[in-house]
Design a binder for this molecule. Structure first.
Ligand SMILES: Cc1ncc(COP(=O)(O)O)c(C=O)c1O
Length: 397
C-alpha cells in the first residue's frame, strides 16, 4: 500500500496535480445533519468535524487542533460587508496546517514514516509542527530567501531542513527527487492532491459560519493556486451535496512579481515587478495553474495584481484598522480588495470574505520598515510629562 502513494504515483502523467473524487459515504440529509451537529466534541475536532467529506478517517488526526478558526466581522466598508477568515489562529500560524494535518494523517494511516516537501516557508513550518505531533519524520527544502523567522520555526519543530540555492521551483525539483530516492511521501503543494482536500475544510467552515450560505466573493492571495482550487473544491462539494445553492465568486490576488495565474485568466493584467516582499506568493511557475484558472472560470471569478507598495500599505491597514497582523502575502488579499473597491468593482450590499492566510509575526520586514520610518529618540523617564497630551487626536482608520 505504501508504494501506491509515493511521490510519483500521486502526480498526473502530464505532471499536473490530480483531483480527488470520492463517492459520498452518506446520504445528503444524513451528511447535512452530521455537518451541522454542533456538540462540543464536534467543535473540538476542528477541521475533522467534516470527516464525512474527507478522504482520511479522523482517528488519524494529530492532537493539535487544526481549523475551527474564527470568521471575523470587519464591518461595512462603503456599502460592502467585509469578513476575515482568520487562519493565523491555526497551530503554526497559517492555513497550510489544514493540508499538513490531512497529509500526515494519511501518512499515519498508511504507516509512512517520512514526508518530504518543498515550500516557501509556511507549509514547511506546518508540516514540521504537525510532524512533531504525529512523530513522523519531516524533511523540507526551502528557497534561498526564506524569511528567517520561518526557518527558525521549522528548525524548532525538529524537521530536517535544507536551504536550496535558488527559488521555490528549484526546491520543488529537489523535493521530488528526494522523495523518490527515500521512498517518502511528497507533500509539495500542487503535487499532492490531498493538500487540496485538507485546505477545502476552510471553505466548509466559512459556509457553516455563514449559516450554510456562500458570500458573494471570497478573496484568495494566490501563488501556486492550491488554496484557490481548494476553496473552489470545498464549495463545490457542498453544492454537490445539496447543502449550498450557489458558490462564491473567487477573487485571486497575485503579486506583480508572479502573475501567471492572473494573466492566464485575463491576459490584460500587468505584472513585471522584478521582486516582491510577498515571498509566499512569489511563484512564477505555479503547479496548480490549470486547477486555479479553472476555479476562476467555474465560479465566474476575477483576478487582480497588486504591487509591493499596495501590499505594504495593506499590512499596516489590516493591523491598524482591524487589529489583525498578517504577513505581506496574506495582506495582499486586502490590497486586492481595496484596489477593486476603489474602482467600484463590488456592488452595494455584496458580502466579501478575505482569507487571512498567514500571521505577520513570521515575516516582520514590512512592519519593521514602517516602524523604523516613525522611530523617535529614546525618552528620558523624567521627561514623561511631554507625553501627557497626545500629539495627535485618536484617529479611527
Ligand atoms: C500566507 C500565504 N498566503 C497565500 C499563499 C498562497 O497559496 P497557494 O500557493 O496555494 O496559492 C501561501 C503559500 O505559501 C501562503 O503561505
Amino acid at each position: 500500500m505504501h508504494q501506491k502513494i509515493t511521490a510519483r504515483s500521486l502526480t498526473c502523467a502530464c505532471g499536473g496535480n490530480l483531483q480527488l473524487m470520492q463517492p459520498l459515504s452518506v446520504a445528503p440529509e444524513a451528511l447535512r445533519q452530521s455537518l451541522q451537529d454542533a456538540t462540543p466534541d464536534k467543535r473540538q475536532r476542528g477541521m475533522w468535524r467534516y470527516e464525512a467529506l474527507l478522504p482520511v478517517a479522523a482517528k488519524w488526526r494529530s492532537h493539535l487542533q487544526v481549523g475551527a478558526t474564527p470568521l471575523l466581522d470587519l464591518g461595512e466598508i462603503q456599502g460592502i460587508k467585509l469578513w476575515l477568515k482568520d487562519e493565523t489562529r491555526n497551530p503554526s500560524g497559517s492555513l497550510k496546517d489544514r493540508a499538513s494535518e490531512l497529509v500526515l494523517a494519511l501518512a499515519a494511516a498508511f504507516d509512512i514514516d517520512e514526508v518530504v516537501m518543498a515550500s516557501t516557508g509556511n507549509a514547511a513550518a506546518s508540516l514540521a509542527a504537525i510532524g512533531a505531533a504525529q512523530k513522523t519524520r519531516v524533511t523540507v527544502l526551502v528557497p534561498r530567501d526564506i524569511p528567517v523567522a520561518k526557518l527558525a520555526q521549522i528548525q524548532a519543530f525538529g524537521a530536517e531542513v535544507h536551504r536550496i540555492d535558488g527559488p521555490y521551483a528549484a526546491a520543488c525539483k529537489v523535493a521530488g527527487d528526494l522523495a523518490q530516492a527515500r521512498g517518502a511521501l511528497n507533500r509539495t503543494t500542487g503535487l499532492n492532491p490531498f493538500t487540496r482536500e485538507g485546505k477545502k475544510t476552510c471553505a466548509l467552515e466559512i459556509a457553516q459560519q455563514m449559516n450554510w450560505q456562500s458570500p458573494d466573493w471570497l478573496v484568495v492571495p494566490t501563488g501556486d493556486g492550491n488554496i484557490l482550487s481548494a476553496m473552489a473544491k470545498g464549495f463545490a462539494d457542498l453544492k454537490a451535496c445539496g447543502i449550498l445553492q450557489r458558490v462564491p465568486r473567487l477573487l485571486a490576488v497575485q503579486t506583480a512579481a508572479a502573475t501567471t495565474i492572473a494573466q492566464s485568466f485575463d491576459s490584460s493584467l500587468q505584472g513585471g515587478a522584478p521582486e516582491t516582499c510577498a515571498d509566499s506568493i512569489n511563484v512564477p511557475d505555479p503547479m496548480d495553474l490549470q486547477a486555479a484558472v479553472q476555479a476562476l472560470h467555474h465560479t465566474d471569478g476575477q483576478a487582480v495584481v497588486v504591487n509591493d507598495a499596495e501590499i505594504s500599505e495593506a499590512v499596516i491597514q489590516m493591523a491598524s484598522r482591524f487589529g489583525v497582523f498578517l504577513e505581506p502575502s496574506s495582506a495582499a488579499g486586502y490590497a486586492g480588495f481595496e484596489k477593486l473597491q476603489q474602482q467600484g468593482f463590488f456592488a452595494a450590499g455584496e458580502q466579501v470574505v478575505l482569507l487571512g492566510t498567514g500571521t505577520g509575526l513570521k515575516d516582520l520586514r514590512v512592519a519593521i520598515a514602517a516602524a523604523e520610518s516613525q522611530t523617535q529618540p529614546c525618552l528620558h523617564p523624567d521627561d514623561w510629562q511631554s507625553l501627557a497630551t497626545p500629539t495627535a487626536p485618536f484617529q479611527e482608520h
